[in-house]
Design a protein around this ligand. Structure first.
Ligand SMILES: [Zn+2]
Length: 127
């Protein structure tokens, strides 16, 4: 049995985000990119997080940004455009004090940059 992907797609990791994190392919939709970024956080892939972040908004990432113990992802909805896309998701993580799980809910903006989808920033509401 191959390992199922961290992004909860139900597909084997090697045929889902594993393709992107290893550099064999690059996601051609914002939702696939969002999923692969979640998997990058789970697997601690900082170079991929930098590569998939718009240079104008990418923070100075360090190993400290990988401390969250992410456990699962649900894509609520996504709207794919030609140059701009929006993905709404909920991501769960284990609380550091062992008190269970908490959720992060975000509506994320993605843009096409040099012909590749990249993460730009969270939005306060659907545009
Ligand atoms: Zn995946």
């Amino acid at each position: 049995m191959s390992q199922l992907c961290h992004c909860c797609s139900g597909k084997p990791f090697a045929h889902c985000c594993g393709l992107y994190l290893s550099g064999q392919a690059y996601p051609n939709t914002a939702e696939a990119l969002m999923r692969s970024r979640f998997s990058a956080y789970v697997t601690g892939n900082l170079p991929y997080l930098r590569k998939s972040w718009h240079p104008d908004t990418c923070p100075d990432l360090s190993a400290d940004d990988l401390n969250t113990d992410w456990c699962r992802l649900e894509v609520v909805k996504s709207k794919q455009g030609l140059k701009k896309s929006v993905v709404e998701f909920t991501a769960w993580f284990r609380n550091g004090d062992g008190s269970g799980e908490s959720a992060l809910h975000e509506i994320s903006l993605f843009k096409l940059y040099k012909k590749r989808w990249v993460y730009v920033e969270p939005l306060s509401d659907w545009p």
